[in-house]
Design a protein around this ligand. Structure first.
Ligand SMILES: Cc1ncc(COP(=O)(O)O)c(C=O)c1O
Length: 460
């Protein structure tokens, strides 16, 4: 039985949430979510809310799946756990085989982890291990992009590039170097698209040259910068960056923690959407549709085949987790993949995703909206209070206002400063997209009226 809302909120104040503001600890009154069904969440007041971000880009198959619950239950009853160090289990083995089959090119092995951060962290540690083994220990530097997000371990947080997340924390600044995000919104007006693409690719090449190719190990990039604000790079960007990487013997990690498992209409987007076969792909979130935590990195046979130096005694990768290849998580992953395929959710994401992108463009009619962008079932509406500002993040209050209005009308959005980021479950229908966009439209209009009333927005 559920506790009354106020009691849960009181107890919840003992839970230190991700990104909690410690000056506010003990004073939060978060919405208590009691139930999920399909694309909807239900709060403790009985309100039905469209789950606009599908949790955190992750409940891809939607909430309340009985067959998923059954698969998890069956595996718990069969075998909840055994050591991944020394034993094999059928779910982890089958899931690894399924991932290898889905991975592009020769990415035929999977290292299973507990979440996206540990997938990225382990992939980066694998790269260090790989270069040390092949006698290039000086090849250590990591290049990533500003506005990228890759996780919350020391190393994955260090490769993340969101300035607002850098408060009061330490990072591996000796190892990690950032280049600008390829953000078409900030392309100078007089610059052609081709020149902009050249500039974005040159940012990477120049950074490799500046640091010294013999010192640079890897480039890490999300296909679409997700929590940086759904930044879709110019066409051809990833392919050109991969070519640059290979030219300088730099590995390429495609961080598909968000973009995989149907979000962009394919199990993996790297090759299907962006025409690249990277050296490593990281994934999590939609991997199990968040029913159970899990992450993974897929790595190419080409790299693994290099671990065959007969002069060296061993090549033990001393990295892993108690829950690597957890049988229950692997069973959930297998069921998730089965549902995505059987229900043609990738196809739905492509078809309904195109409709979603078209419908959401209607928000351009609202004067406070500066940019509407996205691909598949990922979108971002970016607002501006200060016309033409370079750093729109300072307009962060607008996001909170939109969020409050939308939630009152039955939609959860995920305010990221001045941006509303949306990534609904892949089961969403066109009629539900209409509901979502209608509420969002009204929410943004109401937030704009608030800003006009208090004088923070003037240009209408
Ligand atoms: C692209 C990307 N990589 C890695 C992560 C980290 O994943 P997790 O929060 O599961 O550790 C995230 C989380 O949002 C992400 O968006």
């Amino acid at each position: 039985m559920n506790n009354p809302t106020s009691q849960v909120q009181k107890q919840d104040n003992l839970f230190i949430h991700p990104w909690d503001n410690f000056q506010n600890l003990g004073n939060n009154q978060r919405t208590v979510v009691e139930k999920g069904d399909g694309i909807y969440l239900y709060d403790s007041q009985g309100n039905r809310l469209i789950d606009g971000p599908s949790g955190m880009w992750c409940v891809n198959i939607g909430h309340g799946r009985k067959e998923m619950a059954q698969a998890i239950y069956d595996q718990v009853m069969q075998l909840p756990f055994t050591s991944p160090w020394s034993m094999a289990t059928s779910p982890a083995a089958q899931f690894s085989e399924a991932l290898a089959a889905e991975g592009p090119g020769d990415l035929n092995h999977a290292f299973l982890t507990t979440c996206g951060s540990t997938a990225v962290d382990s992939a980066l540690r694998f790269v260090q291990f790989y270069n040390n083994y092949r006698g290039k220990p000086e090849k250590k530097k990591i290049i990533s992009r500003l506005k990228g997000y890759h996780g919350s371990t020391y190393l994955s947080a260090s490769v993340s590039g969101k300035e607002r997340d850098k408060n009061y924390l330490d990072f591996a600044t000796d190892l990690v170097h950032h280049i600008p995000a390829p953000h078409p919104l900030f392309k100078p007006e007089q610059m052609t698209d081709a020149d902009f693409l050249d500039q974005c690719v040159a940012d990477l090449e120049n950074k490799i040259i500046e640091l010294g190719a013999d010192k640079v190990a890897v480039f890490v990039a999300e296909p679409i910068l997700a929590s940086g604000g759904v930044i879709v790079p110019p066409k051809g960007y990833h392919k050109r960056c991969l070519d640059v990487c290979h030219q300088y013997d730099v590995l390429y990690i495609s961080d598909e923690v968000v973009t995989s498992f149907g979000r962009l209409g394919h199990i993996f987007a790297s090759e299907a959407v962006f025409d690249i076969v990277p050296d490593i792909i990281t994934t999590a979130k939609g991997l199990t549709s968040a029913y159970i935590p899990m992450g993974a990195f897929l790595v190419s046979d080409r790299l693994l085949n290099e671990f065959n130096n007969p002069d060296l005694e061993s090549a033990i990768f001393s990295n892993g987790f108690t829950y690597s290849g957890h049988p229950v998580a692997a069973a959930a992953g297998l069921k998730n993949l089965e549902i995505i395929k059987r229900e043609k959710l990738c196809e739905n994401a492509r078809e309904v995703g195109a409709y979603f992108q078209q419908r959401i463009k209607s928000l351009y009619d609202i004067p406070i909206v500066r940019d509407v962008r996205g691909l598949g079932l990922m979108a971002c509406v970016e607002c501006e209070l200060t016309k033409g500002a370079d750093d729109l993040e300072m307009d962060y209050e607008i996001g909170e206002r939109i969020d409050q209005h939308c939630q009152a009308m039955g939609l959860i959005v995920r305010p990221l400063a001045n941006m509303c980021v949306l990534s609904p479950p892949l089961i969403i229908t066109k009629a539900q997209v209409d509901d979502l966009v209608d509420i969002l439209y009204k929410g943004v209009e109401l937030a704009m009226q608030d800003c006009i009333a208090d004088g923070t927005f003037k240009s209408v």
